[in-house]
Design a protein around this ligand. Sequence first.
Ligand SMILES: [Zn+2]
Length: 296
Amino acid sequence: MASIATSWFQIHQRFAPPFLHCIYMALVVASCFMVSTANANQSALFRHNPVPGGIAMVSIAKTDTTMPTVHWRKRAIAVIDAGQNWQAIVGIGLAEKPGTYELKVTRSDNNAEKIKFTVSDHQYEEQRITIKNKRKVNPAPMDMDRINKETARVREVKAYRYKKLLAENFQWPLKGIVSSPFGLKRFFNDQPRRPHGGIDIAAETGTPIYAPATGLVVETGDYFFNGNCIFLEHGLGLQTFYAHLSKIHVKPGDKVEAGQLIGEVGATGRVTGPHLHWSVGLNGTWVDPTLLVGEQ
Ligand SMILES: [Zn+2]
């Protein structure tokens, strides 16, 4: 941003009368100030709650002007400029145990250092669901080929990173009753399954779903468990996921603005009724969406 402002200044300086120079200079200074305000807002996007399924905001000292790269469990971690220091935004998987962990921070001089952060305990509630279509609980061998392909594709999608944060703030994709909160320990027909990696919002089929923030459409498809679904990337590996839709109104490669219609609620895939399953991902793991949008 600063370099854009500088080149803009240089271009205009050549053609402008001298008395305008001080105005240009004031604009350049103002735009630099706007950059630092935007950085402060970026860290306000996330709420620090370092529990399994939560987000750890970890401060990293600013030793030079080049943003360091940060890794945890060999995955690239989002880093933002928080003014006084850098801030790593770490998505903590629901399966992580409480304890102390280390981020690997690599500076521009290639010096690596370790920065510790702590994950606290959090107990999520249990939920027992009866699914009538038994094939959606224990898929037939012929379904496994499709499921394995979809799992591989989801892994690719979750590894995708857009180089800068596009999201400025987050809003709920639709308002409705939360029928199943994030993190529930789930049992389908009494069989334990993975904990709930998103929020279920009950709504009629056809209810519009809006992009919660600016982003890019990375993938859309009709998946065995998820039904019609959409993956959005909001930058630096901050992603959102929408499942069980009746209609999809975007396609991979589209850029979407906050509040843009992206799809409609449905009951496709493994469901007991129409609802939106909404997930938020960070560094390839699902985190509690309320850490970005708050309660409704
Ligand atoms: Zn769900």
